[in-house]
Design a protein around this ligand. Structure first.
Ligand SMILES: O=C(O)CCC(=O)C(=O)O
Ligand SMILES: [Mn+2]
Length: 204
């Protein structure tokens, strides 16, 4: 895998929003390799419906999730506790690719499966206390191209839209989670699924 994807990692786009540090490698994985990874992630990960606690009510999230981590500590997300399941070799290999490329080790990963354009994730920051004060989030996309919207916490009308293509890597670090929220809006005309992996580091 390492040789196949090495060439595509070179091109990097700095998103350049004030108070953020966001970089994108649009071709982190080549097209064919991204498709192979999509197929394997689709069939091998334990995708589950996720229950969210919102204003005291439990609702089903409009996406499936799969949570894996090294840590023996559980992780609280959307008002619920996620139990750690250790990473299967496929995720471990992807994590290794990130280590080689970014020089960063991640101890957990949250997978999101958007089954079609009706699935989405609402505005949020990845700012849970377990992620430390300047979280580093490495986000990989496979399958359907989807919008990834950012909005300023201080000026919510200030927004920026990215398109995340299959095989791309988005890295959010520094003050990004403090100053910006992100979301993947519904795009109801898209029939195909998208898988997103957000690698994170949980401080224990
Ligand atoms: O699907 C994406 O690109 C983002 C997912 C996300 O924001 C999250 O899991 O916290
Ligand atoms: Mn997020």
């Amino acid at each position: 895998m390492a040789d196949l994807f090495a060439a595509g990692r070179v091109e990097v786009v700095d998103i350049g929003l004030p108070g953020s540090d966001i970089k994108c490698w649009p071709y982190f994985y080549g097209e064919q390799e991204a498709q192979q990874l999509f197929d394997q992630l689709h069939s091998k990960l334990e995708w589950r419906p996720e229950q969210l606690r919102i204003y005291g009510r439990t609702i089903e999230a409009p996406r499936l999730t799969a949570w894996y981590g090294d840590t023996d500590k559980d992780y609280c997300y959307s008002g619920l506790v996620h139990k750690s399941i250790s990473m299967p070799p496929l995720l471990d290999q992807i994590r290794q690719n990130l280590l080689v490329h970014l020089g960063r080790h991640f101890n957990s990963v949250l997978g999101n499966m958007y089954r079609h354009g009706h699935d989405s994730i609402g505005w949020h920051s990845d700012d849970e206390p377990e992620l430390g004060c300047s979280p580093i989030i490495a986000s990989l996309s496979f399958g359907a191209t989807r919008y990834f919207d950012l909005r300023s916490v201080a000026e919510p009308r200030r927004k920026h839209r990215l398109e995340l293509k299959s095989g791309s890597l988005l890295l959010m670090s520094g003050e990004t989670q403090r100053n910006w929220q992100h979301s993947v809006p519904k795009q109801k005309t898209i029939p195909n699924p998208r898988i997103n992996l957000t690698f994170r580091n949980i401080c224990t």
